[in-house]
Design a protein around this ligand. Sequence first.
Ligand SMILES: Nc1ncnc2c1ncn2[C@@H]1O[C@H](COP(=O)(O)OP(=O)(O)OP(=O)(O)O)[C@@H](O)[C@H]1O
Length: 574
Amino acid sequence: MLGDIKKLLGEESKKLKKPILLLTVDTFFNMFFYSMLYFVLLDLIKEELSFSKIKTYSMIMIPALVGRMLINSKGYTEIQAEGARAIESMRISLGDHIRNINLGFFNKNSIGNLSNIMTNDLQDFEMVITHSTGDLIKTVFLTIYLLIITFFIDYKLGLIQLMVICVAMPVIYIGGQRVTTIGKQKKEVMNEVISRLVEYLNGIQVFKAYNLVGEKFERLEKAFRDFKKESIRTEVAIVPFVLIFQIIVDISFPLLLIIATMRFGEGSIDKREFLTFIIINLALTNILRAFAAQYGVFRYLKLASKKLIQTYNHPEMTYTYEEGNFQNYDIEFENVNFEYEEGENIINNLSFQSKEGTMTALIGPSGSGKTTITSLIARFWDVKDGTIKIGGKDIKDIKPDSLLKHVSMVFQDVYLLNDTIYNNIKLGNQRATKEDVVRAAKIANCHEFIEKLENKYDTIVGEGGSTLSGGEKQRISIARAILKDAPIILLDEATASLDTDNEIEIRKSIKKLTADKTVIVIAHRLNTIKDADQIIVLNEGTIEEQGSHEELMENKKRYWNMYNEMEKAKKWSI
Ligand SMILES: Nc1ncnc2c1ncn2[C@@H]1O[C@H](COP(=O)(O)OP(=O)(O)OP(=O)(O)O)[C@@H](O)[C@H]1O
């Protein structure tokens, strides 16, 4: 466990030493009470117990008690504070780490698992730091300390006491292993619960529209039922082992007393040693019983640190340069191959160049790899082989965060934060002033509708922007991109989901956004890309055709066919 804490907290773990030491000292103070009991019993046996002696013992006890309280509160407060501090910085570093991992990590981890890592596992790890580790260290120190004293009294009694512990420990250890196995299953089910819950909340409109609320709720209910079952299983998994452990410890108490009495009878130990042994045996029994009760919880909490370590071990995307410092913003694909899953090539030996300040339109059937190409330029994923260069520099050499400073993405699925419109636009540039934000909103043709809202720029847009229409959300995301003013624009053109007014407004603002930029646009309608500098027709991750509208029309291949189909459809609709 200490190894896990060191791995996860690094140098920070050293700060835990002092509070754990204080809490251990506090436990030794607890022994003080047993010492008092020892002296009282000794006096009783010697028939020397008097009121004045009890008074003296009490006078010693009071400062000991105050001392203990001070040490305990200092140790407890410090460990809580250090725990909270450590978890706070871990939350940030874990967030940073996950941000820098290839998106494949998100493919392999469900939303439930990711949420649990960032919430429950971190919380469990905080418990490990603030409670379990200290408790275990105290138990180990106290047990060793009491055993040593027993060995000093009589090595034979010490050996028997040690034997009892050696017999009992494997029992609780096996119980702990069961907790680990069942606890893992519980965590899986917990991931499922969160995934189902998110699915249910996100899809509630669709489920209602298709009258699936009952069916989907059944999936959610099943996840809740499974979770309850696994929680009970985890709780009770260790119970039989704790009972056996405690029975062994409990039975050993009278047995050890019998043996101690025999040793006393033989004259191997004197009255004083006999009494000391009884008290130590009593203290040890209590410590071991308490340890058994905590051990299952400890093993369960330990699972969280293993999961956190696994997440940290997932490698971040590598880079050589902190900053891009691009000479220009030409984008170049050179023999690029890419696959999401091993053996399933999505992009096949793709090469093309998009010159600075020009617009390249990607068209092709669904699944041909258009979105994948834009994700590769943003370095959400790394290519399998080949290179993608910006201004002649391989983007694999640039820190992903820095690369994204040069790229703006405007996609159809706009996600707005549950914050004010002002803050949502300002995300594009944190240093922007109020005037900059309003200017960007005006260019993006959203200033007018924002001004009509009751709270204007201070209107909260709801989770994901739920209080705004699709077109309004799009325009805010364009304002954000205008504010960012990045030299490369990756654009997923809006589909027919927008009404004509909205579409005209959006088209106008996109025109302003993309002027003089290197633009890669995923086009869904051919009439919008006639003016593009080049059009790339994709099929199954390869380039089928490439050129300007005029060139492709002359080629009379797929593009020509698609264009003619579109023209025919237009006439029909007229
Ligand atoms: N995150 C992912 N994990 C695994 N496979 C993916 C992932 N994203 C896309 N794919 C697969 O990669 C292929 C290309 O997808 P992509 O989204 O790039 O196509 P597209 O041309 O943009 O399609 P559309 O026009 O429908 O948006 C598809 O077969 C898709 O199923």
